[in-house]
Design a protein around this ligand. Structure first.
Ligand code: SF4
Length: 458
């Protein structure tokens, strides 16, 4: 894509730069996963704290800030396109996020970007913004609510508990981009969670690269919250979050054995009976090449045990098909494993080489048409399983958090549905429902992904 030279783009003369009282406007582009979204929220909070105003359009902004994703080649292409658009429409562009870890990939194409910083480098981002557009003289600090500025709707919020990852899955470059695991002290996380709840958040979505490894780097050190010591440990943090009286949903849980300990908390209703646990494959030989825990027979036994302890548990997972060297037999093993595991929600990716990932050295690439054909077979098989599991809910009563209202039907999610990635519950109601409200809904119908029902109890 040819990018117009910013020096020749047609822009109005910038009078704000010379007026110390004028409001500085920043147009913000947030790309990538929920973890990147949390970074965006932190940066936006800082911008607002310093008096910058956010605008929806690049034209007329004093600066465009692009938070990039660099995980897959397709995500990198999307990030580069966003940078190109920002340069074309505005000309003053600062880049941050995962792609910032390989700045040459950006500068090669766009030598005119003003600055490039890596993920979580909040200070460097703000320095770059200050250099490009100095803050207005009187920062509107009181404009910032104490819980920060959130890009998610007010009734749910992502809560990031750690950064980086100690695992070395062969298809992934996250540890290279984000480094080894660095956990936040438990009290720090809990205080942020309390502020969010005080501001009206009804659902906390716990995220990190590897949620179950939380606190390993801190040697599970304790910190003081509500006059008591809380260990920086997956189980202890989950239990403490469960005291806040809101929905707590656990994402990106790596299948370590100690994950089993958290299932009783789900059975007791202290955290949501929901585990987002990427298994990635069902064949032990493929998992070994992926450098992930491989005893899938044992994993099936563990899943069965989780369901005994907490029959309502929802299991969401992701898988990769067409990993280098994947044979037809290994793929069949995956399908068999899927039948046995009978997971509720599943995402599937066709393997895509990521520059710098060790899996590229494995050779033996699976041809694209084979990947596509396996992906379709996988999806067909899983769709039938998911639909069957969803159907079992018809006739039950479910708690549903309302995300959207309008007309006669509101849209919400049950405890089994995370925002953005899972299905929805469509709710008919005699009285108007409010966004963020948790309604009891009698489920009347299920389709492939979603449930339909009527609000009851009033
Ligand atoms: S656990 Fe996740 S983030 Fe860590 S190396 Fe594996 S895929 Fe990457």
């Amino acid at each position: 894509m040819q990018t117009p030279d910013p020096a020749t783009t047609d822009r109005a003369p910038d009078t704000r730069a010379t007026d110390p009282q004028a409001v500085r406007k920043v147009s913000f582009v947030s790309l990538g996963c929920p973890k990147a979204l949390v970074d965006s929220e932190r940066i936006v909070t800082r911008l607002r704290a310093e008096g910058y105003e956010l605008t929806r359009t690049h034209a007329g902004a004093d600066l465009v800030l692009v938070n990039t994703c660099g995980f897959l080649d397709s995500a990198k292409a999307e990030s580069l396109a966003a940078i190109g658009d920002a340069l074309a429409q505005n000309g003053k562009v600062v880049v941050t996020g995962c792609m910032g870890a390989e700045p040459e990939a950006i500068t090669e194409k766009f030598p005119n970007v003003l600055a490039i910083t890596g993920p979580q480098q909040y200070e460097s981002v703000m320095e770059a913004v200050h250099r490009a557009v100095p803050p207005a003289h009187a920062p509107f600090i009181d404009l910032v609510p104490p819980q920060g500025v959130k890009l998610t709707p007010r009734h749910y919020a992502y809560l990031k508990i750690s950064e980086g990852c100690n695992n070395r899955c062969s298809f992934c470059i996250i540890p290279k981009l984000r480094g080894d695991l660095v956990s936040r002290p438990a009290a720090d996380v809990l205080r942020e969670a309390e502020k969010l709840v005080a501001a009206g958040v009804k659902e906390l979505l716990v995220i990190s690269q590897d949620t179950s490894a939380y606190g390993v780097d801190l040697k599970y050190a304790t910190s003081v919250w509500r006059d008591r010591e809380v260990r920086a440990k997956f189980l202890d943090l989950s239990a403490a979050l469960g005291e806040l009286g809101v929905w707590v949903r656990l994402h990106y849980v790596y299948p370590y054995p100690h994950v089993d300990e958290v299932v009783p908390l789900m059975a007791e209703g202290r955290v949501l009976p929901y585990l987002d646990i990427p298994f990635q494959h069902g064949a032990t030989s493929v998992l070994q090449r992926m450098r992930r825990p491989g005893a899938q027979e044992k994993t099936l036994q563990r899943i069965a045990r989780w369901r005994e302890i907490c029959p309502d548990i929802t299991l969401r997972s992701t898988f990769i098909v067409g990993f280098p060297g994947e044979t037809e037999q290994e793929f069949d093993e995956l399908l068999d494993w899927l039948d046995e595991a009978s997971l509720d929600r599943v995402g599937c990716f066709k393997y895509e080489p990521v520059r710098g990932a060790p899996a590229n050295d494995l050779g033996d690439a699976v041809p694209d048409e084979v990947k596509a054909e396996r992906w379709h077979r996988f999806m067909q098989r899983q769709q039938a399983i998911s639909a069957r599991r969803l159907k079992r809910k018809v006739g039950s009563r479910q708690q549903v958090i309302i995300d959207e209202v309008g007309g006669t039907i509101a849209k919400g999610r049950s405890k089994a549905d995370a925002p953005e990635i899972d299905g929805a519950v469509y709710v008919a109601s005699r009285r108007p429902l409010r966004i963020g409200e948790i309604a009891t809904v009698k489920i009347e119908r299920a389709d492939a992904y979603d449930l339909h029902g009527t609000a009851v109890g009033f």
